[in-house]
Design a protein around this ligand. Structure first.
Ligand SMILES: [Zn+2]
Ligand SMILES: [Zn+2]
Length: 410
């Protein structure tokens, strides 16, 4: 399986289309695209009101053409969000979903198994960037976002990584690729300073760049707390330069081969790799007997790990069960607090799995979520998102439980 991994897109989706077509014409077609964020995922000018991109860089670029079908990607693309994206749009899909035909967004953090014939690769990804002061929060921003929320909305949360680790701990696939927009923090610090651009040298050496949470995930992979059957490849973007590093395995773990990619489909902004075919299925069988039962018991996490992204052999488009392409925003939509939260993919997913609707998630803590569900059953109560409901929830659950989300009630 040939995979095109792309760093910061910066809205240059057309360049990705061009590269995929070029490979096709050269007789070396790619099967899958992985894109690491900053896609300027604006469906329309409306979305530019809800982004942290400084105004001087706020231009439409080509995502809207992908969205509207003016251009198309001939193979599926798995996408994570960055800090320069359409925050309101991506917020509609916290668990992931299709953001354009053939473009599947992983949400805040999730993993999918991509299956092509008998070839199989697991892709885990986490969107956004790391700011230490936000990691303990829930995803509690409420649109329309103020200036702070416009940024915190894409900051890493501890709970996203807990979720992702559980999803990836499922029986290991033959190949694993991780995506994060921000680099794991050990990487910039480990790169020889002379190889770093001047602008980041000081911060890198002081250990102030990158995500500590991603680092923990790297360590879990390298030390075998998350089992994989071969080396893990890890792609990041955001720093806008290329950096290579291998974290050596310990014990039952595997090497984590890190590649920080550049931007804009420049030569250091992408790479094409060949994922070996499943030639050692037998070893997968053998190993699975000896794996401790680490499969998440929570069906929500199980779903996240199992969601198949399988190209339909007839239509050659990507179909993942009920989660198909839904255009959800007419071109000049105004912000409507009543409807923005009704992205049909999120609603369908929650219906299917029992996952809480995004505005029913309580601080990302499972136990709190369970307790919260009992009180705030999204199916039983009248629609309200006002402060009274919030206070009522607090009152019902007693002390020691903090609710950072309003319920999304029906
Ligand atoms: Zn970025
Ligand atoms: Zn960028």
């Amino acid at each position: 399986m040939r995979v095109l991994a792309v760093g910061c897109v910066h809205g240059h989706w057309q360049r990705i289309v061009d590269e995929v077509n070029r490979q096709q014409q050269a007789g070396t077609p790619v099967d899958l695209i992985l894109a690491c964020g900053d896609g300027k995922t604006f469906r329309s000018k409306f979305d530019m009101n809800y982004t942290a991109i400084p105004p001087r860089y706020r231009n439409m670029e080509s995502f809207h053409e992908l969205y509207n079908g003016g251009i198309s990607l001939p193979v599926p693309c798995i996408y994570i969000g960055g800090n320069h994206d359409a925050s309101l749009f991506l917020y509609e899909l916290p668990y992931g979903g299709w953001i354009a035909p053939n473009v599947y967004y992983l949400g805040h953090a999730s993993a999918v198994d991509y299956v092509l014939g008998d070839r199989h690769v697991r892709i885990g990804g986490v969107s956004g960037i790391y700011k230490r002061y936000d990691i303990g929060k829930g995803h509690n921003e409420q649109p329309p976002f103020d200036q702070d929320a416009l940024r915190s909305v894409y900051h890493h949360r501890q709970s996203d990584f807990t979720w992702l680790q559980s999803a990836m701990a499922k029986q290991p696939p033959l190949s694993t690729i991780c995506l994060s927009h921000d680099w794991p923090s050990c990487m910039p610090a480990a790169i020889e300073p002379r190889l770093l651009p001047m602008r980041v040298r000081e911060e890198a050496q002081a250990g102030q760049l990158g995500s500590d949470l991603s680092n923990e995930l790297v360590n879990a992979l390298a030390q075998g707390q998350i089992r994989t059957l071969g080396d893990v490849r890890w792609y990041s973007a955001h720093m806008h330069f290329r950096g290579d590093m291998t974290i050596r395995k310990e014990g039952l773990g595997n090497d984590v081969v890190f590649v920080g990619l550049g931007k804009d489909m420049e030569p250091n902004g992408f790479e094409i790799i060949e994922i070996p075919d499943d030639t050692c299925r037998e070893s997968l069988q053998n190993l699975s007997d000896s794996i401790p039962d680490v499969m998440p018991t929570d069906k929500n996490l199980f779903f996240a790990a199992c969601l198949p992204v399988t190209p339909d052999p007839l239509t050659k488009t990507c179909v993942a069960e009920e989660r198909k392409w839904y255009p959800v925003a007419p071109f000049s939509r105004r912000f409507d607090p009543e409807t923005f939260r009704d992205n049909p993919q999120t609603v369908a997913l929650c219906d299917q799995t029992g996952l809480p609707l995004p505005y029913n998630v309580i601080d990302g803590c499972d136990m709190q979520m369970q307790r919260g569900r009992a009180v705030l059953s999204a199916r039983q109560r009248a629609r309200t998102v006002d402060a009274c409901a919030f206070q009522e929830a607090l009152d019902c659950c007693g002390e020691g439980v903090t609710y950072s989300h309003f319920d999304r009630l029906e």
